[in-house]
Design a protein around this ligand. Structure first.
Ligand SMILES: CSC[C@H]1O[C@H](OP(=O)(O)O)[C@H](O)[C@@H]1O
Length: 367
């Protein structure tokens, strides 16, 4: 997508040297656009853990390039396995990380060590390009949902509520739930987005609001707790969110707070749709609430917040009472019964095993 008219992706190989990896530092957005140059796998691991890069599909793609960086220095079998394992431990919930690393390992194990680095860059590029086209198609398959609502309210905006950030900076390009919003906006459909701030890391107020603003999409930032009220008063036509892992029976892991939005949507008969690429499917798991590992992040993310002072400095301040403990589960799981449907690159389906296998029959035996 574009930043002030200049096309960007969220990760790319530096064209100057042909091997270092470039990323947008998302911890500096929306205040400054800072591009980092990663030259070794430890920097990639830090970038994922610290959320300089975040978003389920993006962390998979960046980890793939992290493996390529490592293999430039040591392409041995031992290095291949140990670096893949190290990168795989950076964040536990998004299945895309394991999906990408497993795909890299399948591609690289049969390759002679002297050819592995080049093969790794090619395999990582395949993952990145696959994600771009996949996310573009997700937007296409979600667009009819917005068109149907718009047809029922001519001349009025379609009010969409979204949680966290599922835009082009959460993927390699286009995004998932936001890909649907961008395509609707670009098709001339009047849309308005309620942007959940998404505490504690504020991916909504800092990242989604920044993305939508750059693309000219009307939006309003709201407190995470406002969504239910908006739905009760008919101000939300549809909820569109992304996901970090969808199970065989259609349970959805996503940013903390998503489950509460789904409950409010269900109680108010508001359609609740989840957008995802194939790399977010985990057909080896059925019961998401019991089986999906939920990342527990540093409590300071809850006890503090980061913002920009009036004189332009980026500061972190404590917002909780001194001495209080904090807890910071980073994701929750929405049971399939609360999900209206899934939007994928292959089409839309019910949040169920039958629905998923209807779109992905090739995954029937996946375990
Ligand atoms: C298309 S991004 C999916 C997912 O990833 C985000 O988590 P995080 O910001 O912690 O990486 C969020 O849950 C998005 O919905």
């Amino acid at each position: 997508m574009k930043i002030d008219g200049v096309p960007y992706r969220s990760v790319w190989v530096d064209p100057e040297d042909g091997w270092s990896v470039r990323i947008l530092d998302q911890t500096r957005l929306p205040w400054t656009v800072e591009i980092l140059r990663l030259t070794e796998e430890k920097q990639v691991a830090h970038a994922i853990k610290s959320m300089q890069v975040r978003g389920a599909p993006l962390i998979g793609a960046v980890a793939a390039y992290g493996l390529a960086l490592a293999l430039r220095r040591d392409a041995s079998d031992a290095a291949l396995e140990s670096v893949a394992a190290m990168l795989g431990r950076t964040r536990p919930t998004a299945i895309n990380l394991r999906w990408a690393l497993d795909r890299m390992l399948r591609a690289l194990r049969p390759v002679a060590p002297e050819q592995r680095a080049a093969a790794a860059y090619a395999a990582a590029a395949d993952i990145a390009e696959d994600d771009v086209e996949t996310c573009r198609r997700i937007g296409q398959h979600g667009l009819p949902l917005i068109q149907e609502i718009a047809a029922r309210k001519p001349g009025q905006p379609v009010n969409i509520l979204t949680h966290c950030n599922t835009g082009w900076i959460a993927t390699v390009d286009y995004g998932t739930a936001l890909s649907v919003i961008y395509q609707a906006h670009d098709a001339g459909i009047p849309v308005h987005v309620w942007v959940d701030e998404t505490r504690p890391r504020n991916q909504g107020s800092a990242l989604t609001a920044w993305e939508l603003g750059k693309h000219g999409v009307p939006h309003t930032v709201v407190a995470d707790n406002a969504g239910g009220h908006l739905m009760q008063h008919g101000q939300v036509d549809i909820v569109l969110v992304g996901t970090d892992r969808v199970t065989r029976q259609g349970d959805v892991a996503n940013k903390i707070g998503t489950y509460l939005k789904a409950l409010a949507a269900h109680d108010n008969q508001v359609p609740f749709w989840v957008a995802l690429p194939h790399s977010t499917l985990d057909m080896s798991v059925r019961d998401g609430v019991r089986e999906i590992p939920i990342e527990e992040r540093d409590a300071r993310e809850v006890l503090e917040t980061t913002g920009q002072t009036w004189d332009g400095r980026i500061e972190t301040v404590r917002t909780a009472a001194p001495g209080s403990a904090g807890a910071n589960p980073a994701f929750d799981v929405t049971p399939a019964r609360l999900v209206t449907g899934l939007i994928t690159e292959r089409g839309r389906c019910d949040a169920s095993e039958a629905g998923l296998l209807g779109l992905y029959p090739d995954l029937a035996t996946a375990a």
